[in-house]
Design a protein around this ligand. Sequence first.
Ligand code: ATR
Length: 275
Amino acid sequence: MKEVLTGLIGHPVGHSLSPLIHNYWIKQYGLRGSYKAIDVPGETLKQNIDSLRDEGYAGFNVTIPYKQDIFRICDRVDEMAQKIGAVNLVVIEDSGALSGFNTDTFGFVENIKEAVPDFSFHETTALVLGAGGAARAVCFGLKQAGVACLYIANRTKGKAEDLAISMGGQAVDWDIREQAADGVDIIINTTSLGMNGNPPLSFGFEDVKREGVVVCDIIYMPQETGFMQKAKEKGCSVVGGMGMLLHQARPSFKAWYGIMPDITEELRYKVTEAL
Ligand code: ATR
């Protein structure tokens, strides 16, 4: 069995949970290989990638701050990653060519499907809070899964407008984000508000008038944000960000190791412990 080398490039990468996740799967499926966190400081991205290719790497994940820089280095970037504007998975082909993909949309949609199996996105109305990189992947996923009406509320309205134009949605003022929740089927926080070390997200659920609305926070530190707690009290179906983190790793593993891996309870436990 050939040894398959993979890793994550970014700066900083020390805190990343990806090595734990991928090395767990390598062991679980009895494969030969390893997944390493590779810190790439400064202007050395191209040289670092050339070294990985020379060392025979099968590919790598890309994180902050290189999700956009990687575009100019890839030989081809698939349509979804182009539309999202970020590459987080690179496959080094046998020819040495670099193919770029984005797995965040898959992670987001699969997380909801797993957590709320009876929810169907088809013909629903969604409200997305935030218009940054994560929001782009989320909005793409919502539209692809069949959401009919997409509202985007962002502090900087121009960014919500740009995203709405690119994905086929409607920008709403940040100040009326709570009223915009009236009648929606799913609400997703993609802002950094509520994450450990950041201020909380101010959001009341008074305008959510029925039970069972799906409320998702893509934050996983903490595992339950204040936004999620309030949604729970309101009777919403609440989904945290841990599942997205785990699911977005699966297509990368499949691309390099040929197996679509499962998320076991043991893996969830290990990741939670490591947070
Ligand atoms: P990511 O790639 O994780 O989405 P990002 O691109 O920096 O990160 O986006 C962060 C999001 O959180 C943005 O929507 C940002 O709003 P702005 O576009 O107005 O900056 C939002 N955000 C961050 N801090 C915020 C705050 N204090 N109030 C409201 N929104 C905030």
